[in-house]
Design a protein. Structure first.
Length: 228
């Protein structure tokens, strides 16, 4: 990897990906502390269950912001693999939380609208952030391969690719572009900004919109009934 490519990837990781990961960690810590102080439970799990995704996310934050482990992983040739493994652990932990919230709803345990909304916002927001990371990590082989001359074909077709005359000179996708795709897919339950081209991109968007629909529709409907 050239020094220019390494610098671009480090900048994107430190100033775009890392702050968003920190938001996910913050949501989970706030909910865990609130659950402990207010004696909230989610299905059969105690308050600390909300900290499970924060563990791999904290490791991701360290890798994205601290140059020493970042460059060490690059030298070992496993930086992308480490990011995939941590994203998988965080996604699995958040999937457990989504299941716990839905199970708690089905069992009729959720009787506080504010509590349910905070739980819903946390699992939904974490879902958006994690899928944004997945899109960023996998599209065209990842952030390193995308800016190299021999980059693979795109997995997402952004508007700037269709209309290069409207794009800024030297435009390329950044982490924020993938976060926007993830957010709109979670809200509209369909692609709006960028179209998925590869099968894995379509499957990821399918899973994300499916999880989002469950959380939004079930949590929102129950919360409205509680507030009434």
């Amino acid at each position: 990897m050239s020094s220019d490519v390494a610098h671009e990837v480090e900048f994107e990781s430190s100033f775009e990906a890392a702050p968003v990961v920190a938001i996910a960690i913050g949501l989970q810590v706030v909910l865990a502390v609130t659950s402990q102080t207010q004696d909230w439970t989610t299905w059969s799990f105690p308050w600390w269950i909300w900290l499970l995704p924060a563990l791999p996310e904290t490791a991701m934050f360290v890798i994205y912001t601290w140059r020493r482990p970042h460059r060490r992983l690059v030298q070992m040739g496993i930086r992308r693999e480490a990011g995939i493994a941590l994203a998988a652990l965080a996604s699995a932990a958040n999937a457990v939380l989504v299941f716990a919230v839905i199970a708690s709803l089905v069992r009729g345990d959720e009787r506080s609208g504010a509590q349910l909304l905070l739980k819903g916002i946390t699992v939904w927001g974490t879902n958006v952030i994690l899928f944004g990371l997945w899109f960023w990590i996998f599209d065209r082989g990842g952030p390193v391969r995308r800016i190299q001359p021999d980059a693979p074909p795109p997995d997402f077709q952004f508007p700037q690719m269709e209309n290069p005359d409207l794009a800024a000179p030297g435009w390329r996708t950044h982490f924020i572009d993938y976060m926007y795709v993830s957010y709109t897919n979670s809200i509209a339950f369909s692609p709006t900004d960028a179209m998925p081209l590869s099968r894995w991109a379509k499957l990821l968007m399918l899973f994300e919109s499916g999880i989002s629909a469950l959380v939004v529709l079930l949590v929102a409907a129950r919360a409205v009934n509680i507030f009434k």
